[in-house]
Design a protein. Structure first.
Length: 94
């Protein structure tokens, strides 16, 4: 008789994302559950920055296979100018 072995393998992915706030500003973050994170942002629970700038709208996201990669990409995007972030968003649409 064979037994199923429960291991630590999982299919978790992480997202680095950019949202546009109601005031037109951009916010960059990362999440393990992007849909859940967006719901939190719009409920006023996501981040201090977005709490007073609701609603937020997803403009861009990337998928990463490790939390570390998602966090590194978040940091890199945050260093970009607003115009470069807008270019990133626009180029992803095409």
């Amino acid at each position: 008789m064979q037994r199923a072995v429960m291991g630590s393998l999982h299919n978790t992915t992480y997202a680095t994302y950019i949202v546009e706030c109601a005031d037109g500003t951009l916010y960059t973050g990362y999440a393990g559950d992007l849909d859940g994170r967006l719901m939190k942002h719009n409920a006023g629970e996501g981040a201090k920055y977005t709490k007073s700038r609701r609603p937020v709208f997803l403009k861009y996201h990337e998928v990463h296979y490790t939390r570390s990669d998602a966090m590194k990409r978040e940091a890199a995007i945050k260093k970009l100018t607003r115009q470069k972030k807008l270019n990133l968003i626009e180029n992803a649409k095409t």
